[in-house]
Design a protein around this ligand. Structure first.
Ligand code: HEM
Length: 558
C-alpha cells in the first residue's frame, strides 16, 4: 500500500541520496576529528605518568619526549586555541588540565611540532646549551612579520657558513656597536641629546597643557631613538614614520602567525605603507651619500644614516646585494627591536609611578631617589641612576608583568633537559623547535606571592640589607623564571642600552615636568574608572601594550 502520493515519493527518493552525498564529507570529517582526538588523548595519558613520577627511582628512568597535548584537527593541532587574543588565555586553558609538574609539553601548531618549557631548570639549561639557534625563528619573523621577500631572504641567509653568513656578521655588529660599554655610552649620549632637544620644545612658554601620557611619551621617545640609530634624515623624508610604525606594530603578529591577507587586509596595508616610506628614505639617502654611508669605524654619528651600528648594517646589506626594498624590510625589523619594547616599558613605569589610586608614597620616594642621581651641574649621574634600588625594582616589575615573549630555539643537536626536581629529564631531538614562554615564569603563582603574581608591586624586587638595614635591589631566586630579554647566546643585544634609555627617559620626564592626573581613558578615548589594562593581542608580543592611557595636565617643573 502506498502511504505517500506518487509526486512526493519521487521527490523524497531524489532528495535522499543528494542529502546523503552532502553528509558524507561531514561524516568523514567527524570521524577524522574524533579519531585524531582519541588517538592524541590516549598517547598523552600513556606518557604523562612517566613525567610525573616522583619515586626515588625516577632518576633512573630514561629521558622521554614531553607529553604531547591532545588535539582534534590534524595538521593545525592546537593552533586555533593558541591564537587567542586574550593575554595569557591559552596558558590558562592549558593548565586547567595539564599538570605544571610535568615541566614541559609538546604542541602541534600549524604543522610545526613545538616543545614548550615551563620548568625553571629546563629553561636555564636550554639557555646554557651551545647546540641551539634562533635562526629559524629569525627567518620566519623577517619573512612573515617584516615582509622580507623570499629572494632577499635567500641573499641574507644564503651563505650557510656560521663564520661568514650574515647572521654571524650581524652578531659582530651587535657586539661592537651595540653591546660594548663604549658603544652604549656613545649611543646614550646621542639619545639623551635628541630627547633633551625634543623635551626643550615642550611648554617652553611656561604654560600648561593636557595630554594622554603614554601617547605623549611614545612620540618623543620614538623620535629620539629613531634619530639616534637611523639618523635624522629618515624623519625628514618620512615624517609620518612614528604614526605609521605603531599601526604596523599592532598588526605585526597577525601576519607573523600567517593569517591570510584576505582576513586582515589592513595589517598588510599598514606594513606596505611603512615599507614604501622606508624604501623612499633609502633611495634618496643612498643617492645623496653616493651609495657610501660614512665609515662606522671613523665617524661616530651622522644625520644621513645615524649610528655606527646602522651604518655597519647598511654596508652589510650592500655587500649581500639587497635591493632598496629588501633593506627597508630588514631595517623595519631593527626599528621594531629598538621601539616596540623599550617605549612601552617606559610608558608603564611612568603610568604606575604617577597612578594616584595606587601606593601614594611611590611618586615621593621615586623623586627622592632621582634627585640623588643628579650632578651639581644638573646632568644625570648615569651609573648612580642605574643602581637606584626602587627605580630598578619598578623597571623589573614592569618587565615581569608586561613582557610576553616566546623565546624560541631550533636544536641542532639532541638535548636532555632536567625537570625541576632534577630527577626526571626530557629528551628533545635534533631539529626540534623549543619555546620558553616568559608568561609562565613571570606569572608563576608559586614564586611571585604577596601580592599575587598578577598584581603590580613596585617594591617586589626590594630586600632589606641585613647589614645596613637599607633597601637593596635583588632578582635572586628567579633563574629560569624571569627572562624578559631572553637568554643564552641569542639574548637581546640591546638590553644594556635599553635599561639606560628607559631609566634616563623616565628621569628627564619626571625631573622636567609636573603632572596632575586627570583620569584614565579607554582605547576609544572615553573616560574609564580603572587603570589601563592590557590591550588584546597574540601571545609573544614582547612588551604588551596598554589598552588606553592616563590623561594628565602637565607643566614645567618649577
Ligand atoms: C625593554 C626593552 C627590551 C626587551 C624586553 C627586549 C627583549 C628582547 C628579546 C626577548 C629578544 C629575543 C632574545 C632571545 O631570543 O633570547 C630580543 C632580541 C633583540 N633585541 Fe631586544 N628587547 C628590548 C629592547 C631592545 C632595544 C632598545 C634594542 C636596540 C637598541 C633591542 C635590540 C634587539 C635585537 C637587534 C634583537 C634580535 C637579536 C638577534 O636576532 O640576534 N632590544 N629583545
Amino acid at each position: 500500500m502506498e502511504l505517500l502520493p506518487p509526486n512526493l515519493l519521487t521527490t523524497s527518493t531524489l532528495i535522499h541520496p543528494l542529502l546523503l552525498l552532502a553528509l558524507i564529507p561531514i561524516f568523514l570529517v567527524t570521524i577524522l576529528v574524533t579519531l585524531t582526538y582519541l588517538y592524541t588523548t590516549l598517547r598523552y595519558h600513556l606518557v604523562l605518568p612517566h613525567h610525573l613520577s616522583t619515586t626515588n627511582d625516577a632518576g633512573k628512568l630514561s629521558p622521554q619526549p614531553p607529553p604531547h597535548i591532545p588535539y582534534a584537527i590534524p595538521f593545525l593541532g592546537s593552533a586555533f586555541s593558541f591564537l587567542t587574543p586574550i593575554p595569557g588565555g591559552y596558558w590558562k586553558a592549558l593548565f586547567a588540565f595539564h599538570p605544571r609538574a610535568s615541566g614541559a609539553c609538546t604542541l602541534l601548531l600549524g604543522g610545526k611540532t613545538t616543545h614548550v618549557l615551563f620548568s625553571a631548570n629546563a629553561v636555564t639549561q636550554l639557555f646554557k646549551s651551545r647546540g641551539t639557534s634562533r635562526m629559524v625563528f629569525n627567518k620566519m619573523v623577517m619573512e612573515k612579520g617584516f615582509g622580507v621577500s623570499k629572494e632577499e631572504l635567500g641573499k641574507f641567509y644564503g651563505v650557510d657558513d656560521p663564520q661568514n653568513g650574515a647572521e654571524h656578521q650581524q652578531d659582530v655588529i651587535w657586539q661592537n656597536y651595540l653591546l660594548k660599554t663604549e658603544a652604549v655610552v656613545e649611543l646614550l649620549g646621542e639619545f639623551l641629546g635628541a630627547l633633551r632637544h625634543e623635551l626643550a620644545e615642550e611648554l617652553k612658554d611656561g604654560g600648561v597643557k593636557e595630554v594622554e601620557l603614554y601617547e605623549w611619551l611614545r612620540r618623543h621617545m620614538f623620535t629620539a631613538s629613531t634619530a639616534t640609530f637611523f639618523g635624522k634624515r629618515i624623519l625628514e623624508v618620512y615624517p609620518r614614520l612614528g604614526e605609521d610604525f605603531f599601526v604596523f606594530d599592532r598588526e605585526m603578529l597577525s601576519m607573523f602567525f600567517g593569517i591570510p591577507r584576505l582576513f586582515i587586509p589592513k595589517a598588510y596595508e599598514s606594513r606596505k605603507k611603512v615599507l614604501d616610506g622606508m624604501e623612499e628614505w633609502h633611495v634618496k639617502t643612498m643617492e645623496e651619500c653616493k651609495n657610501s654611508p660614512a665609515d662606522p669605524e671613523t665617524v661616530k654619528w651622522e644625520p644621513a644614516y645615524g649610528s655606527r651600528a646602522n651604518r655597519a648594517r647598511q654596508r652589510l646589506y650592500a655587500q649581500l646585494g639587497l635591493t632598496m626594498r629588501g633593506r627597508a624590510a630588514v631595517d623595519l625589523g631593527f626599528l621594531f627591536g629598538i621601539s616596540s619594547n623599550a617605549i612601552p616599558t617606559a610608558g608603564w613605569m611612568l603610568m604606575h609611578i604617577l597612578d594616584p589610586k595606587a601606593d601614594t608614597t611611590l611618586y615621593r620616594d621615586v623623586m627622592e631617589e632621582l634627585k640623588s642621581a643628579v650632578n651639581k651641574d644638573g646632568t644625570l649621574n648615569i651609573p648612580e641612576l642605574m643602581s637606584l634600588p626602587l627605580l630598578q625594582s619598578i623597571f623589573h616589575e614592569v618587565l615581569r608583568l608586561y613582557v610576553d615573549v616566546l623565546v624560541t630555539r631550533e636544536l641542532f643537536e639532541d638535548l636532555n633537559l632536567p625537570i625541576d626536581d632534577g630527577k626526571t629529564r626530557i629528551a628533545l631531538m635534533k631539529g626540534g623547535i623549543v619555546m620558553a614562554p616568559s608568561w609562565l615564569g613571570h606569572r608563576d603563582e608559586s614564586l611571585w606571592v604577596n601580592p599575587p603574581c598578577e598584581v603590580f608591586h613596585a617594591r617586589r624586587f626590594l630586600k632589606v640589607d641585613p647589614e645596613t638595614g637599607k633597601p637593596i635591589f635583588s632578582t635572586g631566586g628567579t633563574a629560569g623564571k624571569f627572562f624578559p630579554f631572553g637568554g643564552g647566546r641569542s639574548i637581546c643585544p640591546g638590553r644594556v642600552f635599553a635599561k639606560q634609555e628607559i631609566l634616563t627617559s623616565l628621569s628627564m620626564v619626571l625631573l622636567g615636568f609636573e603632572f596632575e592626573v586627570l583620569g584614565y581613558v579607554g582605547e576609544s578615548g572615553r573616560k574609564r574608572d580603572r587603570f589601563p589594562s592590557l590591550r588584546n593581542g597574540y601571545s609573544g608580543s614582547g612588551v604588551m601594550v596598554m589598552g588606553g592611557d592616563v590623561k594628565v595636565r602637565m607643566k614645567r617643573m618649577q
